[in-house]
Design a protein around this ligand. Structure first.
Ligand SMILES: Cc1cc2nc3c(=O)[nH]c(=O)nc-3n(C[C@H](O)[C@H](O)[C@H](O)COP(=O)(O)OP(=O)(O)OC[C@H]3O[C@@H](n4cnc5c(N)ncnc54)[C@H](O)[C@@H]3O)c2cc1C
Length: 453
């Protein structure tokens, strides 16, 4: 076993995944620095003054990896809820079960016809030469489904022209079904709702999603330093400095900070890397929470909104995930809804106005009633920087320059914004990228998730 000094930047799932694995391996020469005062990164949770728990956007636990499953079992034991995903798409005054394209029979008849006509045409032309997400959507689903749902919804989430996005990330993120099945679902009035890796999910009983990561960090309290923001990496000396003027040295760095920012922290400065980093695009997230003094009895987990008048792309029935997301765990009296809105880079948001538009959208869609306004006891909001790493067409060209150059300096840039690959940007991928980076450094094992195509 080597005895390099490993410094981990970031106490989110990736950084803690690396730390947890090093601890498990009995490797002691490491330390973790986190800029904020709590761990969890985007997977942290916040308690508001009224006693409601909020995540940074709707997080649910699902997994592709036995290691991650066992980790969740070890961290949460029996203190976990399992839910069957019941999600919906709201548009044109109707609610369609998710995935939208599998359940067209819920649409008004005229829309059913245009969606099916488009899908039939797309199936007949078998055009597979799309090079971007917009064309891929048209070729795969046809004009009706694209114009009715896929285009308006995805434009809200990604805040980027869809023709500037690649199609390489799609595999597990969009349900692709053949025309025969679409037609059968309409004609035989069949519900088709089980698609996707998160059709069953878990959620911590206490403390929101962040509880997983707080419990992980408690395994090695002396090794986690919060309030330490990395500012500069001296690659020649292998030294790092923090914004508070302190520093440390490293042999190997596992960085989970956004790779575009890391490219700008290098000393000596590297103009080519800085320029490559400008090709990477992301957006921010506004989380809007509604804490209600009212029982909401629902099996629904979340609703997607394609309607451009509703600022949010999704509303989550957060009190349905765990009763402890509301004050005193009392879901007979309280409930909570959490909405997400993507914010394009640099765009200022009028929070009050957006909150009102969101309430109007929820009332229009009959999720709330007008009289519920008087029952709101918590109006929560949080602006989260770096939300979606956008899979643009230029992304891989930039990463092909950035990642090898950083590796040459002993820097493993991993995680949702360290790797900047949305297709491996969930918690299970992130934890595993950290675990596998640790295994690679200490034992020379291959990193499978990071190198997956
Ligand atoms: C809206 C939304 C919904 C999501 N839903 C799900 C879901 O349902 N299921 C799921 O599995 N995943 C979901 N995810 C993904 C999940 O949030 C990420 O996979 C995970 O948080 C990524 O972990 P990470 O450690 O790579 O990055 P982060 O969570 O971003 O953590 C990085 C850490 O590094 C710290 N840091 C950054 N810069 C510095 C610096 N200069 N110095 C020191 N520290 C620094 C940050 O403060 C942060 O704590 C969702 C994400 C979003 C945005």
């Amino acid at each position: 076993m080597v005895n390099k000094k490993i410094v981990i930047i970031g106490g989110g799932p990736t950084g803690l995944g690396a730390a947890y694995r090093l601890h498990e391996l009995g490797y002691d020469n490491w330390i973790l620095y986190e800029k904020s005062d709590d761990v969890g990164g985007h997977s942290t949770s916040h308690l508001d003054p009224q006693g409601f728990v909020w995540d940074e956007g709707g997080h649910v636990i699902f997994s592709h990896y036995p290691y991650f499953d066992k980790l969740i079992d070890d961290m949460l034991g029996k203190e976990v809820h399992e839910r069957i995903r019941e999600s919906w798409v709201y548009l044109n005054d109707v609610c369609v079960p998710y995935p939208f394209q599998n359940n067209l029979r819920y649409l008004p008849k005229a829309l059913q016809v245009s969606c099916l006509m488009g899908a039939a045409k797309a199936a007949a032309s078998r055009n597979s030469d799309a090079t971007n997400f917009r064309d891929w959507t048209l070729n795969t689903f046809g004009e009706g489904i694209a114009e009715t749902f896929m285009f308006p919804y995805n434009s809200k989430v990604w805040t980027t022209p869809l023709e500037r996005m690649s199609k390489g990330w799609i595999a597990e993120r969009v349900s692709v079904v053949d025309f025969k099945r679409l037609l059968e679902n309409v004609l035989y009035e069949k519900d088709d709702v089980a698609w996707g890796p998160n059709n069953k999910f878990r959620f911590p009983l206490h403390g929101g999603t962040g509880e997983i990561y707080r419990r992980m960090a408690r395994k090695f309290p002396d090794k986690v330093r919060t309030g330490k923001q990395l500012a500069e990496i001296d690659t020649a000396q292998r030294k790092i400095s923090f914004t508070d003027g302190t520093g440390d040295s490293y042999d190997t760095l596992i960085s989970t900070a956004p790779i575009d920012l890391v490219a700008g922290m290098l000393k000596p400065a590297n103009a080519k890397l800085k320029e490559s980093a400008t090709l990477l695009e992301h957006n921010d997230l506004l989380v809007l929470g509604i804490g209600l003094k009212k029982k909401i009895d629902t099996g629904k987990c979340w609703v997607y909104f394609a309607d451009p008048e509703m600022p949010c792309y999704r509303a989550t029935f957060f009190s349905h995930y765990s009763p402890n997301n509301v004050p005193k765990g009392d879901t007979e009296q309280y409930s909570s809804l959490m909405c997400e809105m993507s914010v394009p880079l640099g765009q200022k948001v009028d929070i009050e106005r957006t909150y009102e538009q969101m309430l109007a959208g929820l009332i229009r869609s009959k999720i709330l009633e007008e009289s519920d306004r008087a029952r709101i006891i918590s109006r929560y909001h949080r602006l989260v920087r770096y939300s979606y790493p956008i899979p643009t067409i230029d992304r891989d060209r930039a990463l092909a320059i950035l990642q090898p150059a950083l590796m040459e300096q002993g820097i493993y840039s991993r995680g949702r914004f360290g790797a900047w690959r949305y297709e491996i940007g969930n918690m299970d991928h992130s934890v595993m990228m950290g675990v596998e980076a640790a295994d690679h450094i200490v034992k020379g094992q291959k990193e499978l998730v990071f190198h997956s195509s």
